[in-house]
Design a protein around this ligand. Sequence first.
Ligand SMILES: NC(=O)c1ccc[n+]([C@@H]2O[C@H](COP(=O)([O-])OP(=O)(O)OC[C@H]3O[C@@H](n4cnc5c(N)ncnc54)[C@H](OP(=O)(O)O)[C@@H]3O)[C@@H](O)[C@H]2O)c1
Length: 251
Amino acid sequence: MSTLKDKVAVITGGNAGIGLATAKEFVAQGAQVIITGRNQQTIDEAVGMLGNNTVGIQADVSRIKDIENLVAKVESQFGKVDVLLVNAGVSHQEPIGQLSEEIFDTLSDINFKGAVFTTEKFIPILNEGASIIHVTSVSAYTYATGTSIYSASKAALTAYSKSAAVELAGRKIRVNTVAPSMTETDMIYRGELGTEEVHNFLKDKFMPFKRFAKPEEIAKLIGFLASDDASFISGAEYTIDSGASVNAVRL
Ligand SMILES: NC(=O)c1ccc[n+]([C@@H]2O[C@H](COP(=O)([O-])OP(=O)(O)OC[C@H]3O[C@@H](n4cnc5c(N)ncnc54)[C@H](OP(=O)(O)O)[C@@H]3O)[C@@H](O)[C@H]2O)c1
């Protein structure tokens, strides 16, 4: 299906995980895709794998100057943008009472401030009818040990995203959030979201389908929201968790 044919799509954090899976989905749907990240090597590898219709631009979303340079490069090469996937993010667990200022700043700078200013800086070059998708997390409204600052950063982004949906409606720009539960990417295997023992426990006792999401499953939802098939959907928050967040007690 070529539902994104001739659309220009930017994906922050497109060199790994959910962002890379979505880049594949967007390319398959016919889009011109621009992926970003901090790591030039994995950006180059991703572009090599994705093939034609993909370019990579290094940009750290925690640096406003990098975001401005990214926007300038995208504008000079492609003009206007139709789809903006604000996906770059990091996670880290620390218990309440032992929170460090360093982790607070890192998570806030990347997951909240970085996501907000990525959106802000791209707004001037978005086409009328563009789609913005913010990748948040079920952690924005479900709470687990050690995730307070991560949860707060995603809840803050959700609030910004919904405000943007209201304020950008005049330009027919749609703004939505996608909130996945645990997804099989490097993020969870780097140990940012619990140990293997915790993962096995969660799959067995908490996940209704006894497994985590595949990044391609998140990408399919994002692909739909990016397309004109979602033309009346804005200000929405899409939980994608196989029902885990409504699963209070599982016997
Ligand atoms: N995996 C999960 O269980 C899960 C669940 C819910 C929500 N999420 C959210 O999904 C999004 C993608 O995560 P993922 O699971 O795909 O993790 P991942 O595989 O670790 O990918 C994270 C991506 O973000 C990029 N990134 C991180 N910091 C950046 C920065 N300062 N500037 C630019 N790019 C940056 C990384 O690129 P570089 O390494 O090159 O910087 C990478 O491409 C995140 O927002 C995450 O919070 C993930």
